[in-house]
Design a protein around this ligand. Sequence first.
Ligand code: 6PG
Length: 236
Amino acid sequence: MKNAELNSFATDRELADAVAMAWLDEIGGTVPHCVALSGGRIARTLFSSVAAQPRARQGLLNLAHFFWGDERCVPPDDVESNFRVARELLFAPLDIPEGNIHRIRGGESAEFAVAEAEGELCRIAPLNVDGQPVLDLIFLGLGEDGHVASLFPGEPEAVMSSRAVYRAVTATKPPSRRITLGYATIAAAKQVWVLASGLGKEAALRESLSPVGRTPLAQVLCSRQNTKIFTDVRLT
Ligand code: 6PG
């Protein structure tokens, strides 16, 4: 199996509770803890689980700075906004300081949002020798087609190999206009945790773990020494 640690759970709630506790265990090591959140259904379940944890309610997440793996090109109060979901389920319940939240400005032009998001991330996260910002942790959900963040199958090699920290994409998952971390920045992160949850993910997960897998998740796994996968998918 590719450089991946597979952690299986019976349900999405058990997965989310385990990830919530593991995440809180990670925070406090390096300060600030720079984390990139994902969108999607399992992210909502995770945020709710984290917000219920006593350590979170005692303020541990105030040591974190929040970024995103991807965002939809919509205003922050749009129902499709990944920022809006996190604000509703995580930041508001835990009273996270505004200064720790670095949303991708999806309501602005893609060009402005990409440049601003990269500038903010590079201002706060340490840079590696290649100039890539090093996030402590990136959360990724897994799509039915093997996409992670808003990195979808079928991109030309020249696009996939871009060193850009963030880039604008046209996705097959609506809403189509999105901004996403690139493969190079995901590769540079200290930790990447993939939450593969829900029906219809088995084929994508199986292919991604295959030595010859070509999905976006497979690309991520090949680019890193280690990646943790938390899943409620039955890989029979
Ligand atoms: C997004 C997400 C996307 C999501 C996957 C899985 O903004 O849409 O970042 O990458 O994580 O599509 O979503 P589900 O957990 O809802 O299946």
